[in-house]
Design a protein around this ligand. Structure first.
Ligand SMILES: O=C(O)CNC(=O)[C@H](CS)NC(=O)CCC(=O)C(=O)O
Length: 277
């Protein structure tokens, strides 16, 4: 199976973001991709949460989601929409940061709400409080498709290895890590984290990412790292998108999942042990 990852540089204009996304999905299809993936926050990144609130829709009324279902049907591909910010039923009015697995008939076969919120002071000037705008999910999701068993995660989740291990033990062959990784932590951690998750689990890791400069955040620049990546179950980087918007593809041979786990059966070697709780 050929996977195609779309790397985006979104703004706070969902219409322009959708145009760019559709053009790059068409390019991935032209390059032979049967499974196409887009980054976290495909419908946009906002600097101003009040403006974002005005632009967000509930799931049945989200124009990006409707367009993604149509384009999956049009190209007859499986499509992982890394995430969309959608209005949820949260009592505090927060959005969901929700990832969608869409089939070639346009049906939504799985939804995953990002569990771990990026509430982090990257530096004195770079502060993120994702949980003020987004309501975290509380369920781990494995999408069972005819393509593969696909463990769904989003961005900051990549730092929580037990989530990935649980997905792999439940049968995942591919882990999806759509992201809007920030530039500072991306340069230090992104590739290492992705390769570690692949090696630990014996899964392919598909990580479509945002790249470049996004609308200013309360006067502070927001810059994402790019480097969308396809990693094999042995931990090799099969493709790296660099820093420009675009598409990368790679052929995924799912037999490599079993092979990597046969060579290093660490997934089966868990033991109970005593010690600090
Ligand atoms: O805020 C929004 O609108 C959309 N959400 C994001 O972009 C999220 C939270 S700020 N980004 C991350 O999780 C980056 C994680 C990261 O960079 C790391 O783990 O180092």
């Amino acid at each position: 199976m050929r996977a195609g990852l779309v790397q985006l540089n979104v703004s706070d204009d969902p219409v322009a973001n959708l145009d760019m996304t559709l053009a790059l999905i068409a390019r991935a299809k032209a390059q032979g991709a049967q499974f196409i993936l887009t980054p976290e926050c495909t419908n946009g990144l906002w600097s101003n949460r009040a403006e974002q609130r005005g632009a967000m829709r509930t799931e049945p009324h989200d124009p990006t989601l409707a367009a993604m279902r149509r384009v999956a049907m049009q190209h007859e591909v499986w499509l992982l929409v890394g995430s969309l910010a959608v209005k949820s039923n949260d009592p505090d009015g927060r959005f969901a940061n929700r990832s969608y697995m869409i089939g070639p008939d346009g049906a939504i076969v799985a939804r995953y709400d990002k569990i771990h919120m990026f509430d982090v002071n990257v530096s004195e000037t770079e502060v993120y409080r994702e949980s003020t705008a987004f309501r975290p999910g509380s369920s781990c999701v494995l999408a069972r498709t005819p393509l593969a068993q696909i463990g769904m995660t989003v961005c900051y989740d990549v730092r929580f290895p037990h989530l990935h291990r649980r997905l792999a033990k439940a049968g995942a062959q591919i882990l999806t890590v759509p992201a809007a990784f920030n530039h500072t932590t991306g340069s230090a951690h992104w590739e290492v984290l992705l390769r570690a998750r692949a090696i630990e689990t014996g899964c392919f890791v598909l990580a479509p990412a945002q790249t470049g400069y996004h609308p200013e955040k309360e006067g502070k620049g927001r810059r994402t790292w790019g480097h969308s990546m396809i990693v094999s179950p042995w931990g090799e980087v099969l493709a790296d998108a660099g820093t420009e918007p675009g598409v990368i593809t790679a052929e995924l041979d799912l037999d490599q999942v079993e092979e990597a786990r046969r060579r290093i059966p660490a997934l089966m070697h868990d033991r109970n042990f005593d010690g600090p709780a």
